[in-house]
Ligand binder design. Structure first.
Ligand SMILES: Nc1ncnc2c1ncn2[C@@H]1O[C@H](COP(=O)(O)OP(=O)(O)OP(=O)(O)O)[C@@H](O)[C@H]1O
Length: 374
């Protein structure tokens, strides 16, 4: 039996009374990997990464270039071996298993399709190599093309397809062998903005329908926020924070996550006696521990009219305004805090460049980050 000869992920065989909990689609335990550099030194790409997916979870790896995202994907798929640590897929250790035997597949940014083969042969290729019966392959290819919205395109050549259609073929091919886990390495980055947004929705819907784990790599924070059940923010081969998009966005644990995910205003504060004090003398109640901290104020938390639960106000000079269609982005230069960025709903009457303006923030829009947070 190969790793692919299993019942559809997320489903028990018909009539099964087995109530044992579903194994995690992917568990990584303290993964470590270094590379030798041409200069004779070593480069730590993975520095103790642990991660456990819930069943049918969509987890995004997000982080700057060189933080270890691709290396992590390659150690899951088996194209790279770990120096230390364990990888379990669907509850079984695969750390020593060669790539072709692991029940996982990868979709790449550049699709890696065979240009000289038809759509059908591309999709059925892995099954053909595995020596599957021709009729079975034909049925499976048909199912997969149906799934990605390309039914009837079996005979087309890859060159006759648009970028979006090619990406769908790559997806169909990756799913043909019923992987337990799908890895996606920046799969949408070659597409233009509109198609990319459409494919984001389709991918998310597809993942829900299949009920398998997805590990998705992207540089694009908006993409990560819209698509993921959880996001793992990586830097220097370590997970800085992992959590639901709203949790990471609203209550980041450290400055790296706060700054990397979305726009942020970061203001130094001192906490003492249950109050946080800003440089300009304003203060607000907090349960944060005493000492130095940083106040995170998201641009959309600022408003022209004082909000319910009003806590802080900032007066300054408007230095820049951009109209985005739905919002006005404003840069407000303040005497005590430098430039603050605000995102105001369009429709609001705005003073012009150089005018003075006061913006307000509610207590629930304030989040404190420890100076010492890693
Ligand atoms: N085969 C290799 N030999 C030497 N160094 C490597 C090798 N593969 C990766 N690295 C180094 O390991 C670090 C992590 O690389 P990795 O490709 O995983 O980053 P990444 O987060 O995927 O980056 P990007 O977003 O630019 O693709 C980088 O510093 C990279 O130069």
């Amino acid at each position: 039996m190969t790793p692919f000869d299993t019942h559809p992920a997320g489903l028990l065989p018909a009539g099964s009374q087995d109530r044992t909990p579903m194994p995690s689609p992917l568990e990584i335990i303290d993964a470590r990997k270094s590379f030798r550099t041409p200069e004779g030194g070593t480069m730590t790409a993975l520095d103790g990464i642990s991660l456990k997916l819930a069943s049918a979870e969509f987890v995004t790896l997000l982080g700057p270039s060189g933080c270890g995202k691709t290396t992590l994907l390659r150690t899951i798929s088996g194209f790279e071996t770990l120096d230390a640590g364990e990888v379990l897929i669907d509850g079984s250790a695969v750390t020593q298993m060669p790539a072709h035997r692991r029940p996982v597949n990868t979709v790449f940014q550049r699709y890696a399709l065979f240009g000289h083969m038809s759509v059908a042969r591309n999709v059925g290729y892995a099954l053909e190599i595995a020596g599957r019966d021709k009729r079975e392959i034909r049925t499976r290819v048909g199912e997969m093309l149906e799934l990605v919205g390309l039914a009837g395109m079996e005979k087309r050549s890859i060159q006759q397809l648009s970028g979006g259609q090619q990406q769908r073929v790559a997806l169909a091919r990756a799913l043909a062998a019923k992987p337990k886990l799908l890895l996606l390495d920046e799969p949408l980055s070659a597409l233009d903005k509109n198609l990319r947004q459409k494919m984001q929705q389709e991918l998310k819907a597809l993942q829900r329908e299949l009920g398998i784990g997805f590990i998705f790599v992207t540089h694009d924070q908006e993409e990560a926020l819209t698509m993921s059940d959880r996001i793992a923010v990586l830097a220097h081969g370590q997970i800085q924070q992992i959590g639901a998009p709203t949790e990471l966005y609203r209550t980041p644990a450290n400055l790296f996550t706060a700054d990397f995910l979305g726009e942020s205003n970061l203001l130094p504060v001192k906490v003492a006696g249950g109050r946080a004090s800003l440089r300009d003398g304003q203060s607000f109640a907090t349960e944060h521990r005493a000492g130095e901290a940083t106040l995170l104020l998201r641009p959309e938390a600022l408003s022209i009219t004082p909000p319910e639960g009003h806590a802080l106000s900032f007066t300054g000079t408007i230095r820049e305004t951009y109209y985005t269609g739905t919002d006005h982005q404003i840069a407000l230069e303040t005497p005590a805090h430098g430039t603050l960025h605000a995102l105001l709903r369009s429709g609001a009457a705005l003073p012009g460049l150089g005018a003075e303006m006061t913006l307000h923030a509610p207590a629930q829009g304030l989040h404190l980050i420890d100076e010492a947070a890693p």
